[in-house]
Ligand binder design. Structure first.
Ligand code: GDP
Length: 199
């Protein structure tokens, strides 16, 4: 079954890309992961692929501005640099934004973006900006809530309501939210099957 195939096999690091001409051939479908630095993106990619240490935290020096490509059978998993650094130089941010725009609007094989949101914080202004960019680039995106084990039960519903309200203003957003905890493994199988179900 095709869905299963997409998540079969080992995931390996292919390359870090710093410019559009460095992208690998668009010969298979891909999904990308975006989120504020420290949202838990590396942890989620590692949990998804079952490979501890595969994706490194976005604050690792030297890898912050790269689009990291991971290869898994018929699929590319694409780790976009964490955004929202408080002290990033303007020139660096602008270069990154240009690359991100070019990537999102020019990659035919990009099926879905997963925008990671910390369950404790909900959607912040920088997340809204990325979502607007996804809208204008016509890239369908889905919100993945991270660190679900860290949010108090009473705070879950208000947070989900905030997220749903914000998402209703983004035409490219899927309404379905995925709650995860890389620490506990919650939601990982769900996310795998969503990816595996993409055509
Ligand atoms: P990145 O910068 O987005 O790649 O974030 P990391 O994956 O490096 O995670 C940032 C911090 O959050 C690290 O200290 C992780 O251990 C922690 N973290 C990530 N995911 C979870 C989770 O599901 N639960 C908890 N409790 N901590 C997490």
């Amino acid at each position: 079954e095709k869905g299963r195939m997409l998540f079969a096999g080992e995931t390996t690091f292919l390359k870090g890309v710093v410019a559009m001409d460095g992208l690998p051939p668009a010969d298979r479908l891909e999904v990308c992961f975006a989120g504020r630095s420290n949202v838990g993106k590396s942890s989620l990619i590692n949990a998804l692929t079952g490979r501890r240490g595969l994706a490194r935290a976005s604050n690792t020096p030297g890898r912050t501005q790269e689009i990291n490509y991971f290869e898994r059978d018929h699929l590319y998993l694409v780790d976009l640099p964490g955004y929202g650094f408080a002290n990033a130089p303007v020139a660096v941010v602008e270069k990154w934004q240009r690359l991100l725009k070019a990537y999102l609007s020019g990659r035919q094989t990009l099926r879905r973006a997963f925008v990671l949101i910390d369950s404790r914080h909900g959607i912040k202004a920088v997340d809204d900006e990325i979502m607007s960019l996804l809208d204008t680039s016509a890239v369908p995106f889905q919100v993945v809530l991270t660190k679900g084990d860290k949010v108090k039960a009473k705070d879950v519903e208000p947070m989900l309501n905030q997220v749903r309200t914000k998402l209703s203003k983004h035409p490219a957003a899927y309404p379905e939210l995925v709650m995860t905890s890389s620490e506990k493994g919650d939601g990982i199988v769900t996310l795998r099957s969503i990816i595996a179900g993409l055509e």
